[in-house]
Design a protein around this ligand. Structure first.
Ligand code: NAD
Ligand code: GLY
Length: 391
């Protein structure tokens, strides 16, 4: 593993969003730090191949406690749990490992309750950090426990899916699902650190990898045309998890997410831009039965639909939708699906929790790298979006 100290003098680069990255002389991407600077709480996101072996040092540097909790899921425990646990122990922590059943169905209050019980039985104290090792389900659940146990304990995110690295681990949204809907019970609880090791993606199933890529394309469309170019140019290397390219992909996406969160921590404004493609995507997921089309696949379809609606509404060039569709196809994500009829999809859109005053608020691209929020789009133009992705 390459440590930051060994990189001194190899050249640093700064990007928007408070990002520093270092490259070795042969231009291999080694380590990047993205700062999330917030009024009451700032932290660093470390993106480094091999970072898992330095996790203990990172946690020890931010939480002074004898014990910590490592929360992971049953899949990740067998793949990366030992490395994380060993690193925490070698930094001096006594580790309480909590293994959750894997999958979205377990992101609920029963799981939270069972974690509380384990922490209470172990008499975990207020300074002991909760370390979440896994995808967004683990991060959201463990983060909600960390936000509420003893009125809040330090929390470290160690994302192991692409989606969690580029999206859910940054920004402090934590919570669980209830029968009435997804993510309806939650809190804002910013982590004290995020440690992303792109090498952990080597074990991620390809379908999950692709779902994370949908969020990367979303970030590019809403903020960064050069990121879109980068994904287009490196699609094969990205799908092959080529270490340097993946590390750069993660760092650039984290920088975008961080910049949005810095601007609008509590989603009073621009953070809503991150819902690009999601209002369509949620309606697709809800009407096809949760699980059949995965969230990232719904987002991919939603990006095409949103760009098509934007073109129909005359706020974006039609070429943008064509380019988005081609990239999504190239990444192996779906570009069409068996969809319900327009009226059923419209009802599902109305149930989206981002609806305000009964108006559907759509995030729509205005050009590659920029979006706007509109609540006045006629149904016929929304339906043009559905037509573009209906099989
Ligand atoms: P996930 O956590 O269920 O992970 C997907 C699957 O991959 C699981 O089966 C998991 O066990 C497995 N896995 C994880 N890492 C692995 C690895 N390295 N190797 C092999 N298998 C691995 O799902 P996700 O896609 O990471 O996250 C989705 C969740 O994130 C949803 O609940 C969503 O609501 C939430 N989310 C939250 C935010 C936020 O801001 N908090 C943002 C976006 C999404
Ligand atoms: N994933 C949306 C957000 O963090 O706001």
């Amino acid at each position: 593993m390459f440590h930051a100290a060994r990189l001194a003098g190899l050249g640093q680069r700064r990007l928007a969003g408070g990002c520093r990255a270092a490259r070795c002389p042969i231009l291999c991407y080694l380590i990047a730090m993205v700062s999330v600077v917030l009024p009451h709480h700032s932290y660093e996101v470390t993106v480094e191949s091999g970072a898992l072996s330095g996790l203990g040092e990172q946690v020890a540097g931010r939480a002074s406690a004898a014990r910590c909790v490592l929360v992971t899921d049953a899949n990740v425990a067998g793949l990366h749990g030992e490395a994380a646990n060993a690193s925490l122990q070698s930094a001096g922590f006594e580790v309480l490992e909590v293994v959750l059943a894997a999958g979205e169905a377990n992101k609920n209050l029963d799981t939270v309750r069972s974690v509380y019980d384990q922490l209470l039985d172990a008499r975990l104290e207020r300074r002991s950090p909760v370390v979440a090792l896994g995808g967004g389900v683990t991060g959201d659940t463990a983060g909600f426990v960390a936000a509420t146990y003893l009125r809040g304990v330090p929390f470290v995110q160690v994302p192991t899916t692409l989606l969690a690295m580029v999206d859910s681990s940054v920004g402090g949204k934590v919570g669980v699902n209830v029968p009435q809907g997804k993510n309806l019970i939650g809190a804002f609880h910013q982590p004290v650190a995020v440690v992303a090791d792109p090498l952990t993606l080597k074990t991620l199933p390809l379908r999950e990898m692709r779902c994370g890529l949908a969020e990367c394309v979303k970030h590019a469309v809403l903020r960064d045309p050069t990121l879109f170019d980068f994904i287009e140019a490196n699609a094969d290397a990205i799908l092959a998890i080529s270490p340097g390219v993946i590390a750069e992909l993660v760092e650039r996406n984290v920088a975008i997410k961080a910049a949005v969160v810095i601007e609008d921590e509590r989603e009073a404004g621009v953070r809503a831009h991150l819902n690009l493609g999601h209002t369509y995507g949620h309606a697709i997921e809800a009407t096809t039965g949760y699980g059949l089309i995965q969230h990232g696949e719904g987002v991919a379809l939603g990006l095409i639909a949103a760009a098509t609606t934007a073109a129909q509404a005359g706020i974006c060039d039609a070429a943008v939708a064509v380019r988005i569709r081609a990239l999504i196809d190239r990444l192996g994500l779906p570009v069409s699906a068996d969809l319900a009829d327009d009226a059923t999809l419209a009802t599902a859109m109305q149930l989206d929790k981002k609806v305000m005053d009964s108006k559907i608020r759509l995030v729509l691209p205005t050009k590659m790298g920029a979006v706007t929020i509109r609540d006045d789009i006629p149904v016929s133009q929304i339906n043009a979006g559905w037509r573009a992705i209906r099989k």
